[in-house]
Structures are given as C-alpha cells and as structure tokens.
Design a protein around this ligand. Structure first.
Ligand code: SF4
Length: 437
C-alpha cells in the first residue's frame, strides 16, 4: 500500500518546451495562487507533494525529454516522495491514449486546453476574472505575451496543429489589460508569442491586426520594449514593418522561421511561399527597416532534400546574413503530412548539414558583432553572473540570442534596469562593453 507523504499540499509545476508552455504554466500557477494554494516552479527543494508536468511533444528530442521527466516523477511517486503526478501539455494532448497504459503512476493526463479540469482536479476553482494574471517564471522585467493559441497552417512537417488546435486570437483589449497588469508588476519588455503571430486577428476581426495590436501594446505605460516572435512568411502583413520602423517602443527585431528556401522543399513543406518570394520578403525587411535584427529557423534533412537543395540553403544563409539563426534536423512526426514521405536523409547527414549551416552562421554572426564595436546601445540588464552584468540590446531576445557582458567592477546597474553600454569587443554570440552613464 503506497503511503502518503507527510508534506503539506504544495504543487510543483515543471515546464518543458517552448515559451508558449512557459506562458501556460504561469497562468496555471496564477490560478492556483489565487485559490490560496502553495505553488512553485521547478522547485529545487523536495517540499511539494503534487507535481504537474507541462510537456512538449514537438519533435523527437523534446518528446524524449518529456518522457524522461514523467518517468522521474513516476519513480518519485513509487518511492513515496510525491503523492500525485499530473501531466499536461503537448505530449499529453498527442499521446495520452498510449501513455496511460505505459505509465500507470500518472494520476491523470490532460490536454493543452484543459486548465479548468486541471484546477478542478487540484480542488481549485477556475477564476475567469483573472485575465492576464499569472505568476511569472521569467525575471519580472520581461514577460512572454501569448497573443493567440493554435494554428491553421498546413505545414507538412509540423504536429503543432494536432496538439494546439485551430488558431484563436485573443482580443486586443484583453491583451492590453494583461500588458497593463504586467507593467504594474515591473515588466518592461513584452515578447509577443504565438504559433503564427502574423495570422493575428484573421479569425476574430476578419483582417490581420498584428500592427494594430503592437501599437496598442506600445501605448501601455511602463512597457519599454515590444518584441515580435513567430512571424510567418506567407501573407506577411507589411504594415508591421512600419510599426517596427516608426514606433520607438517596438524593438527593431523580428523572429520569422523560414524553414527552407529551395522551391522543391518549400512546396513539399506546404509553406505557401517559394524561393523568389522568400528572398523578396527578407529584402523588403532590409529595405523598410535597414537595422532590424532578423532571426530565423531552418530545417535540415527534410524528406527528399538533396545535396543541391542543401547547397541552395547554404547560399541563402550566406546571401541573407541573418542576425540570428537556429537549425533543427528534420523529425519524422506521425500524423503529419510529411509522415507519408520517405524519411530518406540519414540522421548523420541531417546533422552534418545542420552543422555546416551553423558554421557559416557563426562566421556571419562574428562579422556582424565586430561591426558593433565602438557603438553605444540601450541594454536591458537581465542578471549578474561570473563577474559580469549580463544584458541584451533590442536586437536580442532572451534565452536564444546574443548577450552583452559588462564587468561588475565597471559601475553599477540593477537587474531589470536599462543602461547605455558602449561595445568594446565582440565574439560570435556575445558582446563586451562598459556603461557610459
Ligand atoms: S505555422 Fe508553425 S505552428 Fe503552424 S503549422 Fe506551420 S510550423 Fe507548425
């Protein structure tokens, strides 16, 4: 007979995967706290008796990490260290039917849109009036803002629509209230996230409203930076570029996963764009907002990708000189359209191609960073570590982009403050500088 722990009711939330999962965990924590429950996020101390694991089911590596985390807590339950193990998020949404039998220690599996059910199971009430209230897991000076849920795109390789459902935009008014509450709590930077942020408004307002939303959020007192992630190339609303160029509170930064450039591969990926359109779009970015930092993500080793297609992609990276770039190796995901194709690129070739792209990008990033030496930038201080104040310019998003390092003996700054920093040196992915004020 499994004994109950003697610990008082405390819920520990564990988040895997992307910023959208982080956002969902923060909302769940906000609801639990509002119900007077003790809650922690990825608690390092073993003082909780209930764990909720918010999983990722995107690609192989992420799925493996989620499974291992669930198994770790299943073991902890068998050892009597925790009383209840609950699993939610994308992996659960996608595979709970299979996993239920395989990991019986899990007390209940929830989908990606079952917040009220999770709360009920934890003997808490869902409080609809808590619009925009959440417990931040990020440093309070920056916060993710999820502007919509789900995705209506048909990208062949992607399982996200299977896990997150159809695209649903949040009303502008609700997002402004959320931004105001965050600003009141000390947030200075808002990072707009979605599965496809450029689709924003098409469902709710029957027109693209991303530019209007960015303007509305930029009008919130206390918010200094608005940053755009997860844009989509097909049907890109160019009025967004006018907002980026003209509104000083909107970072000259865009994250737009392009995935590939070869016509054959883009066609098979069902991206709705081709090589010519992709080049034209990035060139339009450069013309309309010359100093905007462009982040993109590419996939290497997609079914049918030949050496020639790969070389086209390499040339694209050399031509476009992206400021920030990440590469995923293709993951053959069941129930996606691409799963019907032959996953014919060997794993080592996928990885070799990804490494080759990152090697080219390393050189480009070094050159672009070298060009920043001698210039002064507004830097948001994120933390103090290893004898440095560490921060970011408006051209860098947290966790994924470059950082600015300032020796702590140089001067003084508070985490969460902006400071003027002159760049003295640069490496591939880091800048070094000193405070000028
Ligand atoms: S837009 Fe993004 S989330 Fe939507 S299907 Fe395409 S890759 Fe997946």
């Amino acid at each position: 007979m499994k004994t109950r722990t003697l610990k008082k009711n405390k819920v520990n939330i564990v988040t895997l995967g992307c910023s959208k999962n982080i956002y969902d965990s923060e909302v769940l924590m906000g609801q639990l706290k509002a119900n007077g429950m003790e809650v922690s996020h990825e608690s390092a101390v073993d003082d909780f008796n209930i764990v909720v694991i918010n999983t990722c089911g995107f690609i192989d590596n992420a799925k493996e990490e989620s499974i291992n985390t669930i198994l770790r807590f299943a073991e902890a339950k068998k050892d009597g260290q925790v009383d209840k193990v609950y699993v939610t998020g994308c992996l659960s949404e996608r595979y709970k039917g299979d996993l239920k039998g395989e990991i019986p220690e899990v007390d209940r599996w929830f989908g990606t849109r079952e917040l009220p059910a999770i709360l009920k199971t934890l003997k808490a009430d869902y409080k609809a009036e808590l619009i925009g209230e959440r417990l931040l897991t990020t440093p309070r000076h920056f916060a993710y803002l999820k502007i919509s849920e789900g995705c209506d795109r048909p990208c062949s390789f992607c399982a996200i629509p299977l896990m997150r459902g159809k695209h649903i935009s949040k009303p502008i008014e609700e997002l402004v209230i959320e931004a105001q509450k965050l600003a009141a709590g000390g947030t200075r930077e808002l990072i707009m996230i979605a599965q496809d942020s450029t689709y924003y408004g098409l469902d709710l307002y029957k027109e693209r409203k991303l530019a209007a939303l960015m303007e509305a959020l930029a009008g919130v007192d206390g918010i200094d930076w608005i940053r755009l992630h997860y844009a989509f190339p097909n049907g890109f609303p160019e009025d967004v570029l006018d907002v980026v160029r003209n509104n000083p509170k909107v970072c000259r930064y865009i994250d737009i996963p392009l995935q590939h450039v070869s016509d054959d591969v883009l066609k098979s990926m069902r991206r709705g764009v081709n090589k010519e359109k992709t080049y034209r779009l990035v060139n339009t970015f450069r013309e309309k907002v010359p100093d905007m930092a462009i982040r993109t993500t590419l996939i290497s080793g997609y079914p049918g990708e030949t050496q020639k297609h790969h070389e086209e992609l390499l040339r694209f990276v050399e031509d476009m000189r992206f400021d920030r770039l990440g590469v995923f190796t293709y993951s053959h995901e069941e129930n996606t359209h691409a799963y019907l194709l032959n996953d014919d690129v060997p794993a080592d070739v996928k990885q070799e191609r990804a490494n080759e792209i990152m090697e080219v990008q390393r050189g480009i990033s070094y050159d672009l960073n070298q060009a920043r030496i001698g210039h002064t930038y507004k830097v948001l201080i994120d933390r103090v570590e290893g004898g440095y104040f560490i921060g970011r310019t408006e051209f860098d998003s947290p966790e994924v982009d470059n950082e600015v390092l300032i020796p702590v003996n140089d001067s003084y700054a508070r985490v969460g403050d902006f400071a003027e920093v002159k760049i003295d040196d640069a490496q591939e992915f880091d800048l070094f500088g000193h405070f000028t004020s």
